[in-house]
Design a protein around this ligand. Sequence first.
Ligand SMILES: Nc1ncnc2c1ncn2[C@@H]1O[C@H](COP(=O)(O)OP(=O)(O)O)[C@@H](O)[C@H]1O
Ligand SMILES: [Mg+2]
Length: 271
Amino acid sequence: MSVTSAPSSRAATSAAPPPPPSGPAPAAAPCLRFRGLAKTFPDGTTALQGVDLDVAPGDFVTVVGPSGCGKSTLLRIASGLERPSAGEAQVSAEQIGYVFQDATLLPWRTVARNVELLAELHHRPRAETRRAAAEAIELVGLAGHEQKLPGALSGGMRMRASLARSLVLEPQLFLFDEPFGALDEITRERLGDELLRLHAAKGFGALFITHSVTEAVYLSTRVLVMSGRPGRIVTAVDVPFGADRDPELRFTPEFAALCGRVSAALREGHS
Ligand SMILES: Nc1ncnc2c1ncn2[C@@H]1O[C@H](COP(=O)(O)OP(=O)(O)O)[C@@H](O)[C@H]1O
Ligand SMILES: [Mg+2]
């Protein structure tokens, strides 16, 4: 769907709260569910407090918040690397994909061999791994670069390889920690479009962290705004645009209105 073809009812809801559901909720069971989540580190630092959060398959949930408010801690709890100090953290996804700002490719392996890495570590059969890696490389737009080493790739290409490496495992839940933060704006926007396409094709649930309000609204089905530390979710903004967004969306009044709401919530949570 392009912006211009958006049904007006969708556009009309963008500046107002979403209407109440009219029947029994058809929502899929969440692949990630946090309830009353809190995290205090052994040194006494409380990073998170009272966080409720659901990500269902097909959701693209973005979290924005000031530096140090606990966003990475939230993702580390989702990934199982960190345990909450209070509350519930349920993750029902069989496979989880991770993409961080640093693509962490092995410099001595080619693109193809890097993309095969996680499947190898999971002891997937060799032929299946090669087939899945070739498909993932094609999906992220790296076809033709399979035999290059990471040192020969641009930042955007390294990020594509990192995405492909996780895609090979067909994750039901993807965790992104400011993945495009180190990239220039054009590359960042292009990768955002690719990610939207992948999300629509694969239907995974996504929990995405970013500093950019525009990126959050462009990619998401829901934007969550966190307060300063200890991080709490102070505002949730549902994004009514359909899956096939195009770059022009960023220049529409509906888009600007949503960005304005998110920015205002960020300022309030910060003060
Ligand atoms: N292992 C740790 N021990 C103590 N404090 C930590 C630890 N990890 C993170 N913190 C602190 O918790 C807060 C939240 O960190 P983080 O989740 O990385 O924030 P964000 O990703 O939002 O910038 C920060 O004040 C950080 O210094
Ligand atoms: Mg962080």
